[in-house]
Design a protein around this ligand. Sequence first.
Ligand SMILES: Cc1cc2nc3c(=O)[nH]c(=O)nc-3n(C[C@H](O)[C@H](O)[C@H](O)COP(=O)(O)OP(=O)(O)OC[C@H]3O[C@@H](n4cnc5c(N)ncnc54)[C@H](O)[C@@H]3O)c2cc1C
Length: 117
Amino acid sequence: MLAKSAGIGLNIDAEEAARLDLSLDVIEAVLSEPSLAGWDGFGVVVQAYGKRATHVIDWLYRLATRLDRRIMVRLVKGAYWDTEIKLAQVESLPGFPVLVAKHHTDIKLHLLCRQIA
Ligand SMILES: Cc1cc2nc3c(=O)[nH]c(=O)nc-3n(C[C@H](O)[C@H](O)[C@H](O)COP(=O)(O)OP(=O)(O)OC[C@H]3O[C@@H](n4cnc5c(N)ncnc54)[C@H](O)[C@@H]3O)c2cc1C
């Protein structure tokens, strides 16, 4: 609300994959706030290395449509690659929540740009 009243944009950073669901719940709750209607300064960061990135973009698009809002998207590659790999190994998970080859992340970034466009 302060950002809206000051006329500035506000981006919500993307953190570890385990916090993605919770983060999206908070983002949905904030965007649904009636007093923020008409403000297009709300932004969300999406990590291209995340295996759910495509679904996150789809989800944001549906949310923006449903709430009749525009959402800024800052597309990044992702800053916690080593941590994600380590956490998945510590938990003995059957897979990783992030892509495991650098060039896959680079390609995914371009595909997500086209998806957003
Ligand atoms: C303004 C701003 C805001 C940002 N906000 C966020 C944020 O909210 N959340 C966040 O996570 N990051 C955020 N970042 C960081 C961003 O994710 C990194 O800057 C970006 O990953 C670096 O990409 P590059 O093209 O500069 O480097 P490059 O060297 O081209 O790419 C490095 C990236 O490639 C990916 N990568 C490396 N090795 C592998 C591998 N083996 N398999 C798969 N992928 C791999 C990783 O994502 C790594 O960070 C932000 C950066 C900026 C400038």
